[in-house]
Design a protein around this ligand. Structure first.
Ligand code: FOL
Length: 213
């Protein structure tokens, strides 16, 4: 059963843990950061026995996060999209038959399992929690949430939504080494912050991995 499936949070946050503003991301489009999100959430770890069927990662998100994704990009390709909402799927904008809808995170894992056993989705590789704050908070309170892939945006922006825990403060979450991050994501990661120029401003950010003690 998927109740034991490890869950990974992926999030980008400002120094104050801001993650959203006015229904979108607080910062202008960061192409290299978004490309990292797309690569990491698509990459399936090592072959495992699922009767030679290709596996696909799942991305679990709240309804407001679903709405924040540009219609031309959703559902996010090459991933099984799962949306948490108390609304019925016919009332949700842009939801197609391949998108799983459930009322909360445990129900999402159950619904995902049902889709897979019914042959409506491939076996799951990794499962990522992609926000927003309420869904992050629910996941942080589940023991199967083992890892957090944090992109620290090194610039302040106005934010109306925040990540529920401050990872830079003493907590049960420990910062792992660059080598451990590279092993987890399956690619090289720069040691120094990257800088992107976007909308006439320079924005620096760095990639980190936290794991539960
Ligand atoms: N985590 C990180 N590290 N960065 C993020 O921007 C991020 N965003 C969300 C959740 N976790 C994150 C939620 N918001 C798209 C848009 C908004 C969004 C998540 C994804 C999106 O359009 N993604 C496309 C990329 C398209 C492109 O290349 O521009 C995808 O295919 O993933």
């Amino acid at each position: 059963s998927l109740k034991q499936l490890p869950l990974t949070i992926i999030v980008a946050a400002t120094p104050n843990n801001g993650i959203g503003n006015a229904g979108g991301l607080p910062w202008p489009m960061l192409r290299k950061e978004m490309a990292y999100f797309a690569r990491v959430t698509k990459r399936v770890p090592m072959p495992k026995n699922t009767g030679s069927r290709t596996r696909r990662n799942a991305i679990i998100m709240g309804r407001k996060t679903w709405d924040s994704i540009p219609p031309k990009f959703r559902p996010l390709k090459d991933r099984t999209n799962v949306v948490i909402s108390s609304q019925h799927r016919e009332n949700l904008e842009g939801i197609t038959d391949d998108v799983v809808v459930a009322q909360d995170v445990p129900a999402a894992l159950h619904a995902l399992e049902q889709h897979i056993s019914a042959g409506q989705a491939p076996p799951v590789g990794r499962a990522f929690i992609i926000g927003g704050s309420r869904i992050y908070d629910a996941a942080l309170n589940m023991p199967q949430t083992r890892s957090i892939l944090l992109t620290r945006i090194l610039k302040d922006y106005n934010c109306d939504t925040h990540f529920p825990v401050d990872l830079s403060k003493a907590s049960s979450w420990v910062l792992k080494s660059l080598a451990e991050l590279e092993h987890f994501v399956g690619e090289d990661v720069p040691e120094q912050p990257l800088t992107e120029s976007t909308s006439g401003e320079d924005v620096s950010f760095e990639f980190q991995l936290f794991e539960r003690e």
